[in-house]
Design a protein around this ligand. Structure first.
Ligand SMILES: *Cc1c(COP(=O)(O)O)cnc(C)c1O
Length: 404
């Protein structure tokens, strides 16, 4: 009889410091006997020894190898590693993109006739999903001011089933009062989800602050090398079965090759993030003192309106922030960005290389108005020497200022 691989409960790493945990997480017995990393298990079909063995598999399809769509040790190792980073987590599911993680987590907790409340600062594809697919399912969406805190209570109706947070918010970096909102939600029986891509579980642990599902675009910091698309959703034990059911029914699975890449990225997440955080802060402070800059959108700066909340709830920051120029228009940003030597112009972020993006706010706000003096630039700070990045930006800003 072949020895069938079972999925053993992961070791409890909760007493370990983050760096140590990042090394040990997901390396449970059976996933990688005798080698450091789990092999890439490419498999659709798992063979059963007998009809009785197949019946036993049917009874517990998540208990071990069953069928490719339920994953193999490569994906399980990544799921367990991500679960180990979130105190209060029951388990994690993986998705082919961050957007698929957000949409599936939402579908897991809504039904026709429900309403969801979404922060007005949410990632634009999240809004597009709600405004199109959820709407056609008969689920309405109301957007709320990201800064409303316990005021969320006044918005909750009997049909409200979920609240989606994102902190800091996409493009404009507002910080939300997560414990205030989750306390109201819990009391009213409403599920809270959060897009935690900016902070990662290393800088914010949302389940410990009362959220029910914590979502990441692993495409960004966990992947870390701009060569991977993936998402994850980590749920409390109470929500995990709903998340799992939605994931299986919608047919999501990630390739074992991609899971291995994400695991590789995860091992170095802390050292990359520490360096990117420090460089980003140095650059943000330098920009704050520059004549061409109206304000810097970075919650770790004391001048940021969400700084006190950020300091209370987060254990650090990451490498993504924005700045607002005093003058000019988005159309003129080419003068600043086109000839930068160390910043690529492009979407996504969290990789080892720096990126700059001319921010486009059209269609990104429903209930809050923005009054920026000039255009917004978003920077993703990579692993380059920060002095080189500052010199590059200084030259770009001088080119830009020469326009006026
Ligand atoms: C990029 C991003 C996502 C989506 O991730 P994809 O892997 O590109 O689908 C979700 N949320 C935020 C905040 C993001 O920046």
């Amino acid at each position: 009889m072949t020895k069938r691989l079972r999925r053993a409960p992961p070791a409890d790493l909760s007493g370990q410091a983050t760096g140590t945990r990042l090394v040990h997480a997901g390396r449970g017995p059976g996933f990688a006997d005798g080698v450091v990393n789990p092999p890439v298990w490419r498999a659709s079909t798992m063979l059963f020894d007998s009809c009785a063995d197949l019946e036993a598999g049917n009874a517990a399809p998540d208990g071990g190898l069953y069928y490719g769509r339920r994953g193999s040790p490569t994906q399980w190792a990544l799921e367990d590693a991500l679960t180990a980073l979130e105190p209060g987590a029951g388990g994690t599911k993986l998705f082919p993109s961050g957007v698929a993680a957000i949409t599936t987590a939402l579908l897991a907790v809504v039904k026709t006739g429900d309403e969801v409340l979404i922060t007005d600062s949410a990632y634009e594809p999240t809004r597009l999903f709600a405004n199109d697919i959820l709407r056609r399912m008969g689920v309405t969406t109301r957007y709320f001011d990201p800064q409303l805190g316990a005021g969320i209570a006044a918005l909750i109706r009997p049909e409200t089933s979920a609240i989606l947070l994102e902190s800091p918010g996409s493009l404009t970096f507002e910080i939300q009062d997560i414990p205030e909102i989750t306390a109201v939600a819990r009391a009213r029986g409403v599920v809270t989800l959060i897009d935690n891509t900016w902070a990662t579980p290393l800088r914010l642990q949302p389940l410990a602050l009362g959220c029910d599902i914590s979502i990441q675009a692993l495409t960004k910091y966990v992947g870390g090398h701009s060569d991977l698309m993936m998402g994850s959703a980590t749920a409390t034990p109470a929500l995990l079965s709903r998340l799992k059911a939605a994931t299986y029914r919608l047919g999501h699975i990630v390739s074992p090759d991609d899971a291995a890449l994400a695991l590789r990225g995860l091992r170095t997440l802390q050292v990359r993030l520490d360096r990117q955080e420090a460089s980003a802060l140095a650059i943000a402070r330098w920009l704050e003192g520059h004549d061409a800059v109206d304000r810097v959108l970075h919650p770790a700066l004391p001048a940021h309106p969400g700084h006190a909340l950020w300091q209370r709830d987060f254990t650090g920051s990451s490498g993504l922030f924005g700045f607002v120029l005093k003058r000019g228009t988005r159309q003129q940003l080419g003068m600043l960005l086109d000839d930068l030597d160390h910043f690529g112009i492009g979407f996504s972020w969290g990789g080892f290389e720096s990126l700059a993006l001319p921010v486009k706010m059209d269609g990104c706000r429903s209930v809050t108005s923005l009054d920026f003096s000039g255009p917004i630039v978003r920077l993703s700070i990579g692993l380059e020497d920060p002095a080189d990045l500052i010199a590059d930006l200084a030259a770009g800003l001088a080119r830009y200022e020469a326009l006026f």
